[in-house]
Design a binder for this molecule. Structure first.
Ligand code: UD1
Length: 392
């Protein structure tokens, strides 16, 4: 193993595990190819950026599946995160999950055959993550999963299926919180393949905090106090009856506190079908926002109502009360130590919790271990330790 690598964040036992992983068949003889990052959807871009920047001295490529394609869901993120255009865009947009995943697999198989990656790096739980880990496993290319080990326990969520398969197939499982290690070891993952590195999404937040703070002071046309809403999970928005319960609850909330609601395309289509038309002076419905503006809104808000995974984490870092409209979370650390409250699936439960916040009894919480802006450097040290990095 290379001497200069700073692996001081690992315990002596963890270093021993890393050495064992390095000696394992998948990692024993790196092929000298580039590191290839696979992304497809909005939250991936926020996780890619810190590692891409940390790996700047080394050969690396970015492949975008094209799952998210609108400027507001993709292009604006690449710009704000200082990411170059992807080396390859597979333009796989829309369609069913099987169509999306299958087309991404076909494109990736050809790309991996041409690029001969030293390793493929996948992020989170979206369809391109699943597709890439499947293709890499069959082509005997080491697959590295950033944000491994999260489990909601709910197999009705497409993301949970993606997490389970990706973790089962990946060779190096990098977790954002220690509950991830416990989940993976309980499922029988090899101990040397599991490493706690911290939350990479928070790296981006930390790096852009000055811009976010500046943007928070410059946001215009906002009510003095407001609740930020963001919802897009199929379980909440795809079913008309469920969405109608949510909009009824939002109407009740808006009567007390104004709402700001940047709408995801999936949700927009369903809201249009429903014909929801709340009073414009109480509910600001807008397009999806760029990263800095959206986090600035979180910072300025009284509380956030969400079903997103990443937003549960960002609010925990920012110490903003977060009300999650779901029955489960794959991010329990945001509830156990952070500012997140899991409400269940009844939208009528939002208002009573919001009233507590209005009376000054919001949950503040604390920032979990290794959510410190340095996760990408810990990952880089591990990749260097495995001799996967070639000078650019
Ligand atoms: C995907 C991820 C989800 C993630 C979310 C973040 C999976 C299984 N789901 O869900 O984990 O939290 O992204 O946003 O990978 N659409 C547009 N423009 C776009 C992107 C999508 O109009 O730029 C439309 C699609 O055509 C589709 C709908 O929005 O009709 C949903 O998009 P899809 O990519 O299927 O899933 P998301 O709900 O975005």
């Amino acid at each position: 193993m290379t001497e200069a690598v700073d692996l001081s964040f690992l315990s002596p036992e963890e270093r021993g595990l890393l050495e064992r992983l390095h000696a394992s068949p998948r990692f024993a003889a790196p092929n000298g190819g580039p590191l290839v990052h696979i992304v497809g959807a909005r939250p991936n871009f926020v996780k890619l950026a810190p590692l891409f920047h940390a790996l700047a001295p080394y050969r690396q490529k970015v492949i975008h599946s094209g799952q998210h394609y609108d400027r507001s869901m993709s292009g604006s993120f690449f710009e704000i995160l200082d990411l170059p255009e992807p080396d390859l865009n597979l333009s796989v947009a829309g369609g069913s999950h099987a169509e999306q995943t299958a087309k991404t697999m076909i494109g990736l198989e050809q790309a991996f055959a041409a690029e001969r990656p030293a390793a493929v790096i996948v992020y989170g739980d979206v369809n391109s993550t699943l597709a890439a880990s499947l293709v890499a496993a069959k082509m005997h290319i080491p697959a590295i999963h950033v944000e491994a080990g999260l489990r909601s326990g709910d197999r009705d969520m497409p993301e949970e299926i993606n997490r389970l398969v990706t973790d089962r197939l990946s060779d190096l499982l990098l977790t954002p919180s220690r509950d991830g290690n416990a989940n993976l070891l309980n499922e029988g993952a090899a101990p040397e393949s599991v490493m706690f590195v911290g939350n990479i999404m928070i790296d981006t937040l930390v790096r852009l905090l000055p811009k976010i703070e500046q943007a928070a002071t410059e946001l215009e046309g906002l009510p003095e106090r407001f609740v930020l809403v963001t919802l897009h999970r199929p379980s909440n928005v795809d079913d008309t009856a469920s969405l109608a319960r949510i909009t009824a609850a939002l109407d009740d909330i808006a009567a007390k506190v104004p709402i700001v609601f940047p709408v995801h395309p999936r949700t927009r289509a369903k809201l249009d079908e429903l014909g929801w038309a709340p009073p414009a002076d109480r509910v600001t419905l807008g397009e999806p926002l760029d990263y800095v503006s959206f986090v600035a809104l979180q910072k300025r808000s009284l509380a956030v109502v969400t079903d997103s995974g990443g937003v549960q984490e960002e609010t925990t870092f920012l110490g903003r009360p977060c009300l999650t409209l779901r029955t489960t979370t794959e991010r329990p650390v945001t509830v156990d130590s952070g500012s997140n409250i899991l409400l269940g699936d009844d939208p009528a439960s939002i208002l009573p919790e919001l009233e507590k916040i209005l009376s000054g009894q919001g949950k503040a919480g604390s920032v979990p271990e290794f959510w410190d802006g340095k996760t990408a450097y810990r990952i880089r040290a591990i990749l260097e330790g495995l001799d996967l990095c070639q000078p650019a």
